[in-house]
Design a protein around this ligand. Sequence first.
Ligand code: MGD
Ligand code: MGD
Ligand code: MO
Length: 684
Amino acid sequence: MTALPSTRDVTLTCPLDCPDACRLKITLQRAEDGTERMSKVTGDPDHATTRGFACAKTVHYPARQNHPERPLYPLKRVGGKGADGTLVRVSWDTALDEIAERLKGVLANHGPSAVLRYNYAGTMGLREGTHVHSFFRALGACELDETICATAGTAAWSLGYGARYGVDPGDVPHARTIVLWGINSLSTNSHLTPWLTQARRNGARIWHVDPYRNRTSRFADTHLKLKPGTDAALALGLAREIVTHGWHDETYIAEATEGFAEFREAAEPYTLERTAELTGLSVHEIAELASAMGEHGPTYIRVGYGMTRHENGGTALRAVTLLPAVTGDWRRRGGGCTLSTSGAFALNRERLGAAHLVTPDARHVNMNELAGALAPDAGIHALFVYNTNPAVVAPDSARVQAGMRRDDLMMVVLEQAMTETARLADYVLPATTFVEHADVYTSYGHHSLGYNPATLPAPGEARPNSWVFAELGRRLGLQTPELYWSMDDLLAALLDTPHPYLQGVTPDRLRAEGSVPLNLPGLHAEGTQAGFLPYRDGAGTPSGRVMFTPVPEHRPVQAQLTPQYPLRLLTPPAHHFMNSTYGNVPHLTRAEGNEPHVMVHPHDARAAGVQDAQLARIRSEQGEVQRRVRVTEDVQPGVVVVEGTWWGLSAPDGTSINALTAQTLTDLGGGSTFHNTRVRLSPA
Ligand SMILES: Nc1nc2c(c(=O)[nH]1)N[C@H]1C(S)=C(S)[C@@H](COP(=O)(O)OP(=O)(O)OC[C@H]3O[C@@H](n4cnc5c(=O)[nH]c(N)nc54)[C@H](O)[C@@H]3O)O[C@H]1N2
Ligand SMILES: Nc1nc2c(c(=O)[nH]1)N[C@H]1C(S)=C(S)[C@@H](COP(=O)(O)OP(=O)(O)OC[C@H]3O[C@@H](n4cnc5c(=O)[nH]c(N)nc54)[C@H](O)[C@@H]3O)O[C@H]1N2
Ligand SMILES: [Mo]
């Protein structure tokens, strides 16, 4: 008789790039030899927003944690970058010594601006995600502008409000009108759903404003299927209607805002009829939403980043997020708007990632322009990729991959999975996961700071990113102290602040409790108390007021649809993936029927001669991919949708959807424009 393997549960913060930043209950199973493996993931019932469940993605984490192809040893390319080359196992010393030598060569021949880090939020941990930039700042390497996701929204929000504060999810049940605007929250912010359900039980009506019908539209009471890129027009039309009926809050406007007269004047041309014409909605739909917002508050607007991923995306978001300042909803519990709650994490970031070392003359690379930065004449000779999978997720991915194949580029990839980016590397360095390294986590959807200790030993020779960069730093003789900080040093620096929101949040409490709520006035208030009302009396702008100026206006896009490119392609997140993470989990990608589809309206399918369940070619100005067609009225005529950044390896033609997208930047913040793409379809 052999003893049954025993299990134990641990509670850790989910590291993935998602507003929910859950506290997960993770079951570890002990094998007969004493080693432990992650076997099951659910949610911590005691966490204020996780409330006992894990999402449809993270329940699959054990399959990626224990994936048979997970890199566990350093790998080095031998032979060329083409099909003739292979990756072979080497020791850490060999890999690190060689990388350091080659890096010294690049620095000597081309200078530090030939070195580029490329990273994003594969882990939201501040140590393994952000502090590791210290190495590159110590070198004086290129500064990466981390623009792929949130900067258009951040720039737009900061014009109106300053730092990004939002409504706490726990206050949402006090709202009576809820607008989920440009967010597929049932997939991408799923821990908001129980609060929405509770609000509905309290009498709230839920609206979804999105160009296509998805899980969130099905959940909502009313879906407004607007034309992509017309949110500013809708917001201005709603503002005009609200003011016309006197539903605006003159006291709030006078006490807490500036520039309302100009805003009101700019909204004047957006009559119900004109707004209907621009947005594709009916006069009735717009009037009804305006009356809900104006007469049946408090109104809570949850905006996602969807509307920002267009040429005029910053302006669109700005127009929408000013609506609660028109209605004065910032003064009512449950009212207001959330883009992100991250501003409340007022940590001392002065030395995080040695940010103080960035000089005004540093070369900057906008991460949406990686394809251009890797062009042969653009001067990048060493590329370090961590916490992201750019061969799949960056715009114009075919050109990105071509750049990665350059023989005069040394490419080092720190990874937990054999991504397509890792497969193109000269060195693959095996990375630990969130159960194997310690880290500290903020959130962009709730208000608790998280901490994880290293819980499992690293498998094989996997190492944290921070270990790798400290080892390289030593080999290059770098003296920057931040590069060698311990977790204690980092926590002490981050929490060294007099900011009231962090009073009582200490390293000791973080270690003991794992998740510590910020010290926000009104957070988790009982009964009829006020709740957290961040913009009740004004904002963090230079004037101290919510700024209606510069006035946002609706502008038509440059990339107009044409007979050659008659369709707008949207590529929002998939329900079962977290960006490209889980894109290698067999039962999510290779099981019967699991492949990326292109959703096409029957009218457009007929016009293009493509049929349901058949492969179609999708052609843009950048490139071409093939996807299986799903004919559906969930999309509107003129719009096609492919959900999810699937690995090319799991797509029918081996190609990422980003072979179609362009480097075009947004009007504000230098952001990405993934949903701006114009395409045509034809049978494959
Ligand atoms: N067409 C299209 N493209 C898009 C989008 C879209 O909507 N449409 N969305 C964009 C957006 S919003 C984003 S944020 C990006 C996200 O795209 P990615 O940055 O690629 O996203 P993730 O899947 O979060 O993380 C990528 C990798 O980080 C690795 N990783 C995680 N933790 C660690 C760690 O501790 N160490 C190391 N070394 N690696 C780690 C994971 O194994 C994973 O392969 O994609 C963008 N691309
Ligand atoms: N399941 C799942 N969850 C995720 C992710 C994931 O990949 N999968 N990714 C995570 C990351 S990194 C991020 S940034 C967030 C992103 O999460 P979201 O903010 O929800 O995603 P977006 O791509 O921004 O798109 C949201 C919605 O905007 C719609 N949209 C597109 N264009 C327009 C427009 O012009 N106007 C309006 N009103 N809507 C438009 C799209 O159809 C889509 O339904 O989700 C996070 N959570
Ligand atoms: Mo993102």
